[in-house]
Design a protein around this ligand. Structure first.
Ligand SMILES: Cc1ncc(C[n+]2csc(CCOP(=O)(O)OP(=O)(O)O)c2C)c(N)n1
Length: 600
């Protein structure tokens, strides 16, 4: 069958064998596209049958699907009219790697950040109910995303609601690496239990109480050959919260899935369908090593000539911890992504994977600091956004020495709007007592880490980019800033990896490279004040960034010169990171243009 023709309506005309054939084709398309363009492979391969079953039971877009994190929505995209342009996945102006309602009415809600699906689905379901719309909302959430606190806030409200809300809990025992925590154990316990009840019986009971719809559906149920396992434990956690529990269901068995989802749809009340799947299903290497195949780089991605910032951080923190037994390493389910695996291996008792729980991670770190330890929370910039209040209330007011190592700070490329690291600077600079470092190369990163861990107190962040350094700075020892003064008329101010481009303009302007980017000292303002023309380049949000802070400080000093600020404005569309730098005028050519130097 031609995937170009596929649609939710067409799936409903296929018998189960043809649907199984469709699953194979979807897997092939996902595999080939991801190997070329990069993207999330293992999670998407693991949820193909679920997606086909959802489309055969529900009517998207009238019924709404909310995919948590959103990295399991490729099959859904192909089925809902995007097969023809699927080869543009994650490319500039192409199909997003995540659900995006601006892209398709079938994407009911944005995806990218974890653990939001239950709250979003409940909101959608309530809105539909208020509008007398009888359709269902289905939230799909993995056991990894289920470790995030917002999932429980959603469950707490959803279970006792009267909405047509179905939560599909997709348990594969994996977050990006092995899932951690008590909940993972609890789910495994439920799954291994054999206390199944007949769905048919429980459904008939329910249907007896809903006479109008009940009769016809009960008729349909008479013909159901297979028993569905459902409505299991009266004392089950989910049942106690008010959900009807259906499961555990083999999430690669289309018949079982279809029946379970049909039952959930009929119930017209909050249901939790617990399925178990294999992450990476259908591709042996990914099945055997799902963590490695969670995210794949595009085939044509530039290769690092030196170590990545992440690796440099990972090795440095492990090294520093040999002589400092107070250092504790924390990750929110990103052991490998943040480079903490070296530390985890050497100091398992001081290593904490807290699940996808950035807010908890920060408060936990503050607790460790209050107990005399030196917590280092390694986190991606975009996910740190989850922890704003915890940074203010739990860390900053009482000056807890918590070190944040903020990876993926700046432009990150193909993941699009949700993952760009452009808000950590505005967020952190708004917090009293916070110190922020932004090294431009690997060596500076090691110096900043030492400084933040050994010499500072209070909340400290070291932010660094995704991928590799763009040059080698000739720094020997730590200093808060570097001033390359060639007595030029104008001054370039910048920080982070794009310093590499600024340093190429030393014949055109003096360069002030900030390493400790915040707080901004009077010494720095004095240097800047001596220039009539100042050009600031910032790989971060313009709104609330360092450039704006410098400008307002200069204004207080009565500065009358010209300030030109180039930074990220608005959200960042998906593209390669070099293209993104170009789009915002943050590459060499952009700097030249800003200075009015003709580029060659
Ligand atoms: C707030 C937040 N923190 C971290 C991440 C990074 N992240 C993306 S997917 C993922 C694991 C998700 O696991 P699970 O929900 O079980 O889905 P699976 O990949 O196993 O299908 C993590 C930690 C994120 N997307 N959002």
């Amino acid at each position: 069958m031609a995937l170009g023709k596929i649609s939710p309506g067409y799936i409903k005309t296929l018998d189960i064998e043809k649907q199984k054939e469709l699953c194979k084709q979807l897997r092939r398309m996902i595999y080939h596209t991801v190997m070329e363009n990069g993207g999330h492979l293992a999670s998407n391969l693991g949820s193909v049958e679920l997606t086909v079953a959802m489309h055969s039971v529900f009517d998207s877009p009238q019924d709404k699907f909310v995919f948590d994190v959103g990295h399991q929505a490729y099959a859904h995209k192909i089925i809902t009219g995007r097969a023809g342009c699927f080869d543009s996945l994650r490319r500039e102006n192409g199909i997003s790697g995540f659900p995006k309602s601006l892209e398709s009415p079938h994407d009911a809600f944005i995806g990218g950040h974890s653990s939001i699906s239950i709250s979003a689905a409940l909101g959608l379901a309530k809105a539909m109910q208020l509008s007398n719309d009888n359709h269902s909302v289905v939230a799909v959430i993995g056991d990894g995303a289920f470790t995030g606190g917002e999932a429980y806030e959603g469950l707490n409200n959803a279970g006792k609601s009267d909405c047509n809300l179905i939560i599909v809990l997709n348990e594969n025992q994996m977050s990006i690496s092995k899932n951690t925590g008590g909940l993972a154990l609890y789910l495994a316990q439920i799954r291994s239990s054999k206390k199944y009840y007949s769905t048919k019986k429980s459904v008939e009971n329910i249907l007896d109480k809903t006479p109008v719809i009940g009769k016809s559906v009960a008729g349909a149920m008479q013909g159901a050959k297979k028993m569905i396992k459902s409505a299991l434990f009266n004392s089950n956690f989910f049942e106690n919260l008010g959900f009807k529990y259906l499961g555990p269901i083999d999430g690669h068995n289309l018949e079982e899935l279809t029946e379970a989802l049909s039952v959930a749809k009929m119930m017209r009340r909050p249901c939790l369908v617990h399925i178990y799947t294999k992450k990476g299903k259908g591709f042996k290497a990914a099945e055997e090593n799902p963590g490695e195949y969670h995210g794949i780089a595009p085939k044509d991605a530039p290769k690092c000539e030196s170590k990545s910032f992440t690796d440099t951080f990972g090795e440095t923190i492990a090294e520093l911890s040999k002589n400092d037994s107070s250092i504790c390493g924390i990750t929110a389910a990103m052991k490998y992504g943040t480079g903490l695996q070296h530390f985890a291996k050497e100091f398992p008792e001081r290593y904490f994977d807290v699940g996808i729980a950035e807010a908890h991670a920060v408060t936990f770190a503050a607790g460790l600091a209050a107990g005399g330890k030196t917590p280092v929370f390694a986190v991606y910039s975009s996910f740190l956004q989850r922890s704003y209040d915890q940074l203010i209330h739990d860390c900053s007011i009482e000056k807890r020495h918590v070190v944040l190592t903020v990876d993926r700070a700046g432009l990150v490329g193909e993941d699009g709007e949700t993952h760009q690291g452009i808000f950590d600077v505005p967020m952190l600079t708004s917090i009293p007592n916070a110190t922020i470092y932004s090294p431009s190369d690997n060596h500076e990163l090691t110096l900043c880490l030492e400084r933040a861990i050994c010499c500072d107190d209070g909340l400290c962040a070291v932010r660094y980019a995704r991928g590799c350094e763009l040059y080698k700075s000739d720094i020997q020892m730590y200093s808060d800033y570097r001033y390359f003064n060639n007595n030029k008329q104008r001054l370039i101010i910048t920080y982070g990896r794009i310093t590499a481009y600024a340093r190429q303009l030393q014949n055109e302007a003096d360069i002030l490279q900030l390493i400790k980017i915040y707080p901004i000292s009077e010494e720095i303002i004095k240097i800047i004040s001596s220039y009539k023309e100042v050009y600031i380049f910032e790989e971060s949000s313009k709104n609330g960034g360092i450039g704006e802070k410098i400008s307002s400080m200069l204004a207080v000093f009565g500065y009358t010169g010209r300030i030109k600020l180039t930074a990220v404005e608005g959200f960042v569309p998906q593209a390669t990171f070099t293209r993104q730098l170009q789009l915002f005028g943050l590459d060499l050519m952009g700097m030249k243009n800003a200075l009015g130097i003709s580029g060659e």
